[in-house]
Write a protein that binds this ligand. Structure first.
Ligand code: GRF
Length: 210
């Protein structure tokens, strides 16, 4: 059984998708939020999952918050730490501590559109495809090895909100799958690239497929 700790800051729809996927040999050991009233916490509690809050505002700097966060996480003996809408930049020390066992989902087709406002940027740039990326986390923002991606069309009348909603549907598919692949041991890091040894398609998904 692999222990998974999920970090959230808000509604936690990706966390819910991962919990609801009922991944074999995976135990959701805890859901931790840095925002005391993060909506996802109540949902997790109701599901009987251990929850905790560590409010970053109560720490004097990033290093101190990250150190305490790592101590809290490590109390659950995680095999994998999953960032699911966790809206904090993590220090290099934190990222290194969880190297190879810290995942994030980003709402763009990386390496395009790192950081915030990804959907606005995709529309502004005239992209015809947008999407989401699951990746391992490294100290450089949104730059770790790509685990899986899903693409959706950008429609002529899309707003950032309509595009975000279309991409979110994909997030809810590929994130639980990536966690399941990690748990089953089929994800390997080869020359800094994440390779899924049980799939030949490099973990790419297009809307309307599979
Ligand atoms: C998602 O769009 C995710 O890609 C981004 O933050 C959002 C979190 O949404 N990192 P939710 O809290 O999982 O609903």
């Amino acid at each position: 059984m692999k222990n998974i700790v999920i970090l959230i800051s808000g509604r936690g729809s990706n966390m819910q998708a991962i919990v609801n996927a009922d991944i074999p040999n995976a135990k959701i050991a805890a859901v931790i939020a840095n925002v005391p009233n993060a909506a996802g916490l109540a949902w997790a509690k109701e599901k009987g999952i251990a929850t905790a809050v560590l409010n970053h505002k109560e720490f004097k700097n990033r290093a101190e918050f990250d150190m305490n966060l790592a101590m809290l996480i490590d109390g659950y003996k995680p095999d994998l730490v999953v960032l699911a809408g966790f809206m904090r930049i993590l220090s290099p020390q934190f990222c290194q501590h969880y190297q190879g066992r810290l995942m994030n989902i980003h709402p763009s087709l990386l390496p395009s559109f790192k950081g915030l406002h990804t959907h606005e940027e995709a529309i502004k740039s005239g992209c015809k495809l947008a999407g989401c990326t699951v990746h391992f986390v490294t100290p450089e923002l949104d730059s770790g090895a790509i685990i899986s991606q899903a693409a959706v069309p950008v429609l002529n009348d899309d707003t950032a909100d309509t595009l975000a909603a279309r991409v979110l549907q994909c997030e809810h598919k590929i994130y639980p799958q990536a966690v399941a692949d990690f748990v089953s041991g089929s994800l390997k890091l080869v020359d800094h690239h994440a390779v899924n040894v049980s799939r030949s398609d490099k973990n790419a998904f297009l809307l309307g497929q599979g």
